[in-house]
Design a protein. Structure first.
Ligand code: SF4
Ligand code: SF4
Ligand code: SF4
Length: 271
């Protein structure tokens, strides 16, 4: 099961490189780059069929937020920042469980309203594919040709947004891990909302767990609470880092849920 992490890291790097290649070089970047763009949720939402979005919804119902650990380039960019975070003594601190923030649903609602009434500046700032597009426009201003120019303020605004977004993402990752993914990103919130019907979950086996805390301390989504043996799978981005550090194979990616330590405590820690 630990091999899952290696597979997802390889996939995420491939999709990051090919996504940037598509945005910088366009259709000249080759078939893999075009495929990478085709697998993104945001471009698919804007297409009339929404075929890829439907496929990701089905995958998420089976496996959870796999999109967030493989195909989304913004997720991988944050993971790269987190890799460097460990080398900086000031930031190299273990993560700990944080309660759910309801504000993520408010942000999703604002995002949907803005989409509905045509206020595209908001989606341009918080949609992962558009953030990646803005960042890529630093290397190729044409990457934002079809977006910011529609607002009548030109590609320079997109490039400026890309630089600001990149700085904010780095700061957010350094202080909160995948905080952008668990609170701000509307795609992540929407996929996480499927958690109630998802088949496969990250679960802690209460009979095997030895309370070493390693899984909670490594979880960049800050969604593991060893006390109570709870994993908030709506925020889990399926990075599989927790599986990798567990010394007793007590935390697993599995179908079905395990029993909790005590039902009352479960309620308390998942809020
Ligand atoms: S939550 Fe959003 S930005 Fe984060 S990995 Fe998922 S889709 Fe990408
Ligand atoms: S629970 Fe595990 S797989 Fe999910 S985000 Fe945390 S470390 Fe990654
Ligand atoms: S890493 Fe494994 S043994 Fe340690 S607290 Fe987590 S589930 Fe329990």
């Amino acid at each position: 099961m630990k091999g899952l992490r290696t597979i997802r890291i390889v996939l995420s790097l491939v999709f990051l490189v090919t996504s940037v290649a598509f945005l910088v070089f366009g259709h000249y970047a080759g078939p893999l780059a075009r495929l990478s763009e085709k697998l993104q949720i945001i471009p698919s939402i804007l297409a009339t069929t929404m075929g890829v979005t439907i496929v990701w919804i089905v995958i998420s119902i089976f496996l959870g937020r796999i999109y967030c650990s493989t195909v989304c380039p913004i997720g991988t960019l944050q993971d790269i920042v987190l890799k460097f975070r460990r080398k900086i003594p000031y930031f190299n601190r273990p993560f700990s469980y944080q309660p759910r923030r309801q504000v993520r649903y408010h942000i999703l609602l604002i995002y949907l309203v803005c989409l509905g009434v045509g206020v595209v500046a908001v989606p341009y700032w918080i949609e992962p594919w558009n953030i990646m597009r803005n960042i890529s426009s630093v290397f190729n201003p044409d990457a934002v040709e079809t977006t910011w120019i529609t607002l009548g303020i030109g590609a320079a605004a997109g490039m400026a947004a890309g630089i600001v977004s990149a700085i904010l993402l780095v700061i957010c990752a350094l202080f909160t891990g995948r905080g952008f993914c668990t609170v701000v990103c509307p795609i992540g919130t929407a996929l996480g909302a499927l958690d109630g019907i998802t088949l496969y979950h990250i679960e802690i086996d209460p009979d095997k767990c030895i309370n070493c805390m390693k899984c909670e301390e490594v979880c960049k989504s800050q969604c593991v609470k060893v006390a109570g043996r709870v994993v908030d799978n709506s925020r889990c981005v399926r990075c599989f880092d927790c599986l990798n550090v567990c010394p007793n194979d007590a935390i697993r990616f599995q179908s079905g849920r395990n029993r909790r330590a005590t039902p009352l405590f479960r309620k308390q820690v998942t809020r």
